[in-house]
Write a protein that binds this ligand. Structure first.
Ligand code: AP5
Length: 210
């Protein structure tokens, strides 16, 4: 059984969108470290204040902080997708000590494509559903279909921060491909095309071909 998943890929590759679909259709708990941090930022907790200093600049929040967060979450669920964790080799090594992972899905996509996606992304501040004004719009202009909240743009989707996030991703997160490949856990999927096309590819590798 494939119960414990990691989604890896550049910012805007569609990890959160696909995790949301797996949660709805198959009961995988979506554990998004980005969502957890944004919630803390919106409540102005000590953690939120610390995290926002990094997030606003497109930098990673320090490993020891992230590892403490993830420890609290992963042991609560038998079936989950980690969306946005691990992001560094240190985080991956620590995660191994906490819980065994069944598969790591890498979302392969070009930088040009993700810049297009991120520029039109909107999120619901309340229920965290992710929309896209071009490719996955809400039914009513910038209003969440599920809870009626006004949708928001993420602060880190500003063009200069997107570039920084990409740089950080290439330097600190890309080495994880080799780490998981060497453990025979890595599966790459083509993350271009529309949301349903990517979802079909994802289900194929998870449920029909493994
Ligand atoms: P996080 O929230 O994890 O951001 P990210 O990894 O940069 O990923 P995104 O959420 O931007 O993209 P996604 O791949 O989920 O794409 P989405 O589905 O939304 O992290 C934010 C920050 O928090 C970090 O920069 C860091 O500071 C901090 N942080 C978090 N975790 C950390 C960690 N472990 N360690 C240290 N710091 C950490 O899709 C993007 C858009 O495209 C949406 O509008 C969507 O509707 C649309 N879309 C999706 N799929 C498709 C498709 N196939 N076709 C067309 N449109 C699509």
């Amino acid at each position: 059984m494939i119960n414990k998943l990691i989604f890896l890929g550049p910012p805007g590759a569609g990890k959160g969108t696909q995790a949301q679909k797996l949660e709805k259709d198959y009961g995988y708990k979506k554990i998004s470290t980005g969502d957890i941090l944004r919630e803390e930022v919106s409540k102005s907790t000590d953690l939120g204040k610390l995290a926002s200093q990094y997030m606003e600049r497109g930098l990673l929040v320090p490993d020891d902080v992230m590892i403490q967060i993830i420890k609290k979450w992963v042991n609560k669920f038998d079936k989950f997708v980690l969306d946005g964790f691990p992001r560094t080799l240190k985080q991956a090594e620590e995660l191994e000590k906490i819980v065994p992972i069944d598969r790591v899905i890498y979302f392969e996509i070009t930088k040009d494509e993700v810049i297009k996606r991120l520029s039109a992304r909107r999120i619901c501040p309340k229920c965290k559903v992710v929309y896209n004004l071009l490719t996955n719009p809400p039914k009513n202009d910038e209003i969440c279909d599920l809870c009626g909240s006004k949708l928001e743009r993420r602060h880190d989707d500003a063009p200069e921060v997107i570039n920084k996030r990409f740089e950080v991703y290439e330097k600190q997160t890309l080495p994880l491909l080799e780490f998981y490949n060497s453990k025979d856990l890595l599966i790459k999927i083509d993350a271009s095309g529309n949301i349903d096309e990517v979802y079909q590819r994802l289900k194929k590798v998870l449920f029909y071909q493994v």
